[in-house]
Structures are given as structure tokens and as C-alpha cells.
Ligand binder design. Structure first.
Ligand code: K7E
Ligand code: CUA
Length: 664
């Protein structure tokens, strides 16, 4: 919830400071908490928790209940730790229609589902700033695809998905003019700015993404969304704020209306219109980046067209439901009947009924329209309101036992309530100012329940202090009983927003342990030490290099000249789990490579002055890891030192390139 910081809501902030310091922080922890979170040495966690990294651009894998960060997975930001976004193979993953972008702001995650249940196949992640959706393969835990979203800005209501992973959606947080038609006065907001909702189709087998269609909706700010499930499968629900359509000082001007909207989208109907040829092709530009598992490299393609359906023209795709007041979270319960809107400035939580929405549509129980889109009467759609839940409700998750849990930023608490009766059942303070919360499997049809994690914005006194910026904080609650029990605090990487989690068994089967060297189709692969070589093509030098415990082949290279572009194509010949080798060379202006067993990766190196340049392995791979090193001699431009390479003083190509199998 960076928005509060950005908008600088002075009044809210004042409330926060007073309200975010609940009393009795020590007594909030129950007696057996230590036992409940203790994962003994040699034992494994029960749950995989995938946590968004916010302004880090990455995703963390956290084990629950221990709260230990197991790994940070690079997604939208360069990651010097393993060379993601620095190696020649991974650079295309970060290409966009704006060129190479080394960073983004990552807020929401969705685990793929089959029949409404988490299936452990893929993890989808959104990029807010330069709108993109990424797909991670949960066999390799690698980012394997990134798709840019045209006609969008601030891709916030994303990447929420339908119950069979038919679609992942991406709604624009900023209303914007269409791409290519955007050189217009900002004051023409009401005429020219629109809200585009992208429906990204997912290939059932490969998981590959493609934008099937976009819906052009009124120029609101689409904030969050969730798909219908069960009876409401076929529908999507988006919260919108700034229905005032203000374009300046939004903290005041977008908080005028008593009610904004939740937009209900009948995407099955949209599919029918698409089939009937009602879509319009729009010229746009967006990047589609794909990782090739056999070639161990990514490609980036610019796509030029998108299909757009107009919500104004095609009457029965979209309906607006009034929702108080600047709604943020928009969450659907496991049965698909209840849609929870969380107005960040409201003192109640409205819960809408899918059946009632359908009835209201059939009876045309409307209170007018907005840009041609019918507005359903609030009361006609409403199941009821949770009264006095707390201040600043943001996000809601479910335990599958009829309970909902809503985070409250301003009053800094998690509130448990009964979905049917709307009675508040329990409240627990958070330390401090909770944003998102997550129940294990809590947005699926069958939540696993048991644990709830609150992702908090302010840490203050929770950890040993580390200067002006403190880590963000997560808090683990046991929700198996009637009352929530606080078990654990743990610091997080970046700024977590949403998270997803599922039982560990789902993610532990069929993981990639290494890549078979015989399947490696990288164009610069070196499948054995005797194939290693150095080839000059003008000022480009290609080093076909291998690594195995504990040496590189070759390990000495001479005849490199200032002005050369040197490409180290390192193939890791190891065929065993957990034996990567690293590669670094002095003066390299990118990062190291961390090459997985059986994989090939390339580091580009442009030496700018003559010298002796050591290179070495960066990952402690064996007892003789420290011996895993070599030299590259760089001579002045125009020097006639012959290009040679050696291992154990054997094999060089001083007389020209070595033929296969030949040792000189
Ligand atoms: Cu509430 Cu970006 Cu989902 Cu943050 S958002 S908390
Ligand atoms: Cu290879 Cu250290």
C-alpha cells in the first residue's frame, strides 16, 4: 500500500501514528508459540509461501511456519546474485517496448489453479510501473515468460486468475489514452482517458500467455480484482477508485464521491462477442519475452496488435456496483457467492451477493448508467454490511470454514468475521499497519487454512534497528481455533504486498535438479572439455568454456586486445543437483554468472585497458574451489600477440582454430 505514502494523506497518517501502537505487545503471543513455529534442524517447512517483493521487483520463497526466507527469485529486476538480467541469455527477459528495463514494482501473485484449487504449476506476478505480467515455472523456480501490457499504466489489478487458469487479468491502475493516441491535453481526461482491462489467455499445457482481448472501460483507476468461482465462474470483479475522474490532487479530488464502484465483468459474454467479430484490432506495441528451456536463453518479440471490445457499445459485458468509499481490495469467497469490497475510507465493509447481482441485472434494477454502463442499485446487489469492523479496511482472505479475515491499515489489525451473518468474531493487532494478508490457499475454492500471514508496512521496534530504513514485517497467526493466535514476527525482502501459499507437497514433486547436458541446444554449448576453444570473429571473441570441479577449460587465454568484445560462454558440465559454478572476471561491468549444472550462460566482457585479468569461480563448489581460477591477458589495441588458450599448458590455437578432438 504505497499509495498512502505517495498521496501523503496527512489526516490518515496522523490517525495511523496514534492507532498503530496497540498495547501489550508481549502478551499477544500465546505460550506454545515457539513450539508451533519451530522447524527442527533437518526438518522441512510445511508450507511454501510466495511473497511479492514490491519495490525490489522480485519474489521471495518463505517457509512456513518457520518464516525463514528460503530464496529470492528474480523476476522484474536484475539480480547480480545469479546474473539474471546481466547474462546475454537473460537480458531479453527484461526487454519492453521502451527498451531494456532493469527494475519494476511487484505487488501481486497468483498460483495457477485447476478446478479452483492450487495445482503447483506456475506462479504469475505483476509489474506495476511498466505494465507486465510474468510467469514462473514452479519446476525450475525460474521466470520463464514476461508479457508487456499495452494501453495500460500502473498494472495493479493483476495478475488475478480464473479457476482453471483460463485467463490472467491485468487492469490499468491509471486511466490512460490509448497507446499512440496519447499526445492530448491532460485536461481532456474525461474525453480521452480510458480504463483498459486485459484478458491474457493461458495455454493449458505450456502455460504460454497471450492477450486474447482487452475491454475498453470508462476512465477509472482499476485497483484490484478477483475472479468469480463456482457459481460466479465466468465473471470478474474489479474495484475502481477515482470515479470522479480527477486528474490532479487525487487525495482530495478522488475522495469526493460517497461511493465508487466495483465493476462486474461477464468475460464469457465478452468471449461470445469476440467470436462474433465484435472486437476491433488496435495497433499497439508490446514485448513478449520467452525463456527456452532447451536453448537456455530468452527471446524478445515485439507484438503489434491487440483486440479491443468496447464496454460502452457491447451493453451486457460490464455492470457497475456502487461501493463505499474508494475501494481497494475486491475479494471473492470460496463459494463464489460473496464479493467483498474494502473501501479504504469507509467505516464498514460491504458484502455483495452474486445471486442478487444476477437478479438485479435480470430485473434491470438499475440506478442510471455511467458512460453507457448500467449501475446496479447498491441495495439490490448487497448481501449486507459488516458494521464497525475497524478503520481502513484493505484486503480480505478466507479460511473455507465460512470466515473472512480483513486487514485494517489505519487501526492496524486483522478482523475475523462471519461471511453469512456479518458478525465480527475476533480481532488481533498487527505490528504495525497491515497491508495485505494471506491465508494459505485463501483465494482458492478450497483454502488450506491453518495459517494467516499479515504483511505490515511499519516495523519500528520489532527488530534490531538498521538505520533509517527498517525491513518490512510479516506476522504469522494460527487461525485453526476460534481466536487468532500470533505466533511469529519475521522480516521480509523488499516490500511485500500480496502473497500466495500452498502445502509443501504440491511444489516438491518433479522439480528440476539439473539440466541434461545431452539435451542442451544452446548455440554456444561446449559439451566436453576437448570441445573448448576460443574463436575470434573480427573484434568479437567467443570463449567456449566449461566448468567442472574444480577448474575451467580453458583457464588461460592470451591475445585479447583492448577494443574486443569478449563473450564467455560457460557450460557447466556437472550432472548433479546443487552444483552450480560461478564465473567472475576483473573489470566486468555487469555481474557474475551462476551457471546451473548442464546449463550454458554467457557473460559479455569489454576490457578497456591492457592488463592481466584473473577470473574465478564464485560459488564454493568443492574443497578446491579456491583453486578454480585462471587468467586472461589483455594487450593494447592492434597488438599481434596470437590468440591462444590453455589448460594444463596444453591445447592452444596459435596456428589457427583447433579442430574438434585435436590437442596441440
Ligand atoms: Cu494493497 Cu499494491 Cu495490493 Cu499494497 S496493494 S498492500
Ligand atoms: Cu566452481 Cu567454485
Amino acid at each position: 500500500m504505497k499509495t498512502y505514502k505517495q498521496l501523503g494523506l496527512a489526516a490518515l497518517a496522523a490517525v495511523t501514528i496514534v492507532a498503530c501502537k496497540p498495547k501489550g505487545t508481549e502478551t499477544a503471543v500465546s505460550g506454545d508459540a515457539a513450539q508451533r513455529v519451530y522447524v527442527a534442524p533437518g526438518k522441512l517447512d510445511e508450507v511454501y509461501n510466495f511473497v511479492s517483493g514490491g519495490f525490489s521487483g522480485q519474489v521471495s520463497v518463505v517457509g512456513l511456519p518457520s518464516g525463514r526466507t528460503i530464496k529470492v527469485l528474480p523476476v522484474f529486476s536484475q539480480h547480480p546474485e545469479n546474473g539474471y538480467g546481466y547474462s546475454e541469455e537473460t537480458k531479453p527477459m527484461l526487454e519492453t517496448s521502451h527498451g531494456f528495463i532493469p527494475w519494476d514494482d511487484q505487488h501481486h501473485l497468483s498460483l495457477s489453479q485447476t478446478n479452483g484449487e492450487i495445482d503447483g504449476r506456475w506462479l504469475f506476478a505483476n509489474a506495476n510501473n511498466t505494465p507486465r505480467v510474468a510467469r514462473l515455472d514452479l519446476k525450475s523456480f525460474k521466470t520463464v515468460e514476461i508479457l508487456e501490457i499495452p494501453n495500460s499504466a500502473g498494472n495493479h489489478s493483476s495478475p488475478f486468475l480464473t479457476e482453471n487458469t483460463e485467463y490472467v487479468v491485468a487492469g490499468t491502475r491509471f486511466a490512460v489514452p490509448a497507446d499512440g493516441q496519447d499526445d492530448v491535453p491532460i485536461e481532456s481526461f474525461k474525453q480521452n482517458f480510458k480504463g483498459y482491462l486485459s484478458f491474457i489467455g493461458i495455454n493449458k499445457d505450456s502455460g504460454e500467455m497471450d492477450i486474447t482481448f482487452q475491454i475498453e472501460a470508462p476512465g477509472f483507476n482499476f485497483d484490484l480484482s478477483h475472479a468469480g468461482k463456482g457459481k460466479s465462474h465466468g465473471w470478474f470483479f474489479f474495484s475502481c477508485y477515482n470515479t470522479e475522474q480527477a486528474n490532479t490532487l487525487l487525495e482530495v479530488n478522488a475522495s469526493q464521491n460517497e461511493k465508487d464502484f466495483i465493476m462486474a465483468v461477464n468475460w464469457k459474454k465478452a468471449e461470445e462477442y469476440l467470436k462474433a467479430g465484435k472486437g476491433k484490432k488496435m495497433p499497439v506495441e508490446y514485448a513478449h519475452n520467452k525463456w527456452d528451456e532447451e536453448k537456455h536463453m530468452a527471446t524478445s518479440t515485439i507484438k503489434k496488435e491487440v483486440m479491443v471490445l468496447s464496454a460502452e457499445e457491447l451493453k451486457d459485458i460490464c455492470y457497475l456496483i456502487p461501493c463505499p468509499k474508494s475501494p481497494h481490495g475486491c475479494d471473492v469467497d470460496p463459494t463464489g457467492e460473496y464479493i467483498v469490497g474494502s473501501g479504504k475510507l469507509a467505516a464498514l465493509i460491504p458484502v455483495f451477493s452474486f445471486d442478487k447481482i444476477q437478479k438485479a441485472i435480470a430485473n434491470k434494477d438499475f440506478a442510471g448508467e455511467f458512460d453507457g454502463i448500467p449501475i446496479i442499485k447498491y441495495e439490490a446487489a448487497l448481501h449486507g454490511e459488516v458494521q464497525k469492523p475497524g478503520l481502513g479496511p484493505l484486503h480480505t482472505e478466507f479460511d473455507g470454514k465460512g470466515n473472512a479475515y480483513t486487514s485494517h491499515f489505519v487501526s492496524s489489525e486483522v478482523v475475523k468475521w462471519d461471511i453469512k451473518t456479518l458478525q465480527v468474531l475476533d480481532r488481533q493487532p498487527t505490528f504495525y499497519s497491515v497491508g495485505h494478508l494471506m491465508v494459505v490457499g485463501g483465494d482458492s475454492s478450497k483454502p488450506y487454512g491453518k495459517y494467516l500471514v499479515a504483511y505490515n508496512k511499519i516495523t519500528k521496534d520489532r527488530y534490531i534497528p538498521v538505520g533509517p530504513e527498517l525491513p518490512h514485517s510479516a506476522q504469522l497467526f494460527d487461525i485453526s481455533g476460534d481466536k487468532m493466535k500470533l505466533l511469529l514476527d519475521f522480516p521480509t525482502h523488499g516490500e511485500p504486498h500480496y502473497a500466495q501459499a500452498g502445502p509443501a507437497e504440491l511444489f516438491m514433486k518433479d522439480q528440476v535438479k539439473f539440466y541434461k547436458i545431452e539435451d542442451n541446444k544452446h548455440p554456444y554449448v561446449t559439451k566436453g572439455e576437448n570441445e573448448s576453444k576460443v574463436v575470434r570473429e573480427g573484434n568479437k571473441v567467443h570463449v567456449y568454456m566449461t566448468s567442472i570441479r574444480s577448474h575451467f577449460a580453458p583457464d588461460n587465454i592470451e591475445g585479447i586486445r583492448v577494443g574486443d568484445e569478449v563473450y564467455f560462454h560457460l557450460t557447466n558440465l556437472e550432472q548433479d543437483w546443487d552444483v552450480p559454478h560461478g564465473f567472475a572476471i576483473k573489470g566486468a561491468r555487469n555481474a557474475e554468472l551462476l551457471v546451473m549444472p548442464g546449463e550454458t550462460a554467457t557473460l559479455r566482457w569489454d576490457p578497456i585497458k591492457p592488463g592481466m585479468y584473473p577470473m574465478y569461480c564464485t560459488d564454493f563448489c568443492s574443497a578446491l574451489h579456491q583453486e578454480m581460477q585462471g587468467y586472461v591477458r589483455v594487450s593494447p589495441a592492434g597488438s599481434n600477440v596470437p590468440l591462444t588458450y590453455h589448460l594444463n599448458n596444453k591445447k592452444d590455437n596459435a596456428q589457427g582454430p583447433v579442430k574438434e578432438g585435436e590437442v596441440k
